[in-house]
Design a protein around this ligand. Structure first.
Ligand code: ZN
Length: 245
């Protein structure tokens, strides 16, 4: 793998204002890895897909909301608000956007990294929220490092060589963490953070020095809230952006 600075984003959820703020904040990068859920919840699905597709050396995964928007996951797998957002997204996706999403995979192995939307064990559905979930995935992980999304939480776990259990990794903002085998890392969510910090969350990965830098950036949440309400999407999706849940 060539050495490079990689923008790692996940769970954009059709929030173009948050995505634009992340791209401005990130500065220059050589490649972008997107871990899925480009659409769902937010008002800008096609705009987000178009913007992501323009990024340099893009590797992009599909998430559960993207699959649902294509009709490949039934609505009853989602709660009431999420499913009405999925239905709205189905109605608004362009043919071009649908064709793009339909060509994506939910998991890719690019040694020394595994990329998955949910987890290496269950590519689309598993939420890795604690060390129990992380350990189940370390047990089957084929590479030193694994990058995941789906939980909307910027968290990480490390399992040292020879150990059968992992520990949580502290991930202070703007501090480059040195990667050590083996780690599972989540950049958090661009478009709908759920750690009670409403700022967009992402990470910068340096594949030469092997560091992971968690980043947060504020954006104009009220603009997105207005578009959510104007679009007729559930009001709850607007409210939660401000609280970061
Ligand atoms: Zn998501």
């Amino acid at each position: 793998m060539p050495a490079m600075r990689v923008l790692v984003v996940s769970d954009i959820h059709a929030n173009l204002t948050a995505l634009t703020a992340v791209l401005q904040d990130a500065g220059t990068f050589d490649a972008a890895w997107c871990l899925g859920d480009l659409v769902g919840y937010g008002p800008d699905p096609n705009e987000c897909i178009d913007r992501i597709r323009q990024l340099p050396s893009l590797t992009c995964l599909i998430g559960n909301h993207d699959m649902a928007a294509l009709g490949s996951i039934p609505l009853h797998r989602f709660n009431a608000d999420a499913s009405s957002s999925v239905a709205w997204t189905r109605d608004h996706l362009t043919e071009d956007s649908r064709a793009y999403l339909a060509g994506l995979k939910a998991k890719l192995i690019m040694p020394p990294f595994t990329l998955a939307h949910g987890s290496p064990r269950q590519e689309v559905w598993e939420y890795v929220l604690d060390h129990h979930g992380a350990d189940r995935n370390f047990d089957i992980l084929e590479t030193d490092y694994c990058l995941i999304g789906h939980s909307h939480l910027p968290i990480g776990f490390v399992r040292f060589p020879g150990e059968s259990y992992c520990l949580p990794v502290q991930l202070p903002e703007n501090v480059a963490l040195s990667l050590t085998p083996r780690m599972i890392l989540n950049p958090g969510s661009v478009g709908q953070p759920r750690d009670l910090d409403p700022r967009a969350s992402y990470a910068l990965l340096d594949t030469q020095t092997l560091t992971w830098e968690p980043r947060r950036v504020a954006y104009a949440i009220t603009d997105v809230q207005q578009r959510i309400l104007t679009a007729g999407l559930p009001e709850r999706q607007a409210i939660r952006l401000l609280g970061g849940w």
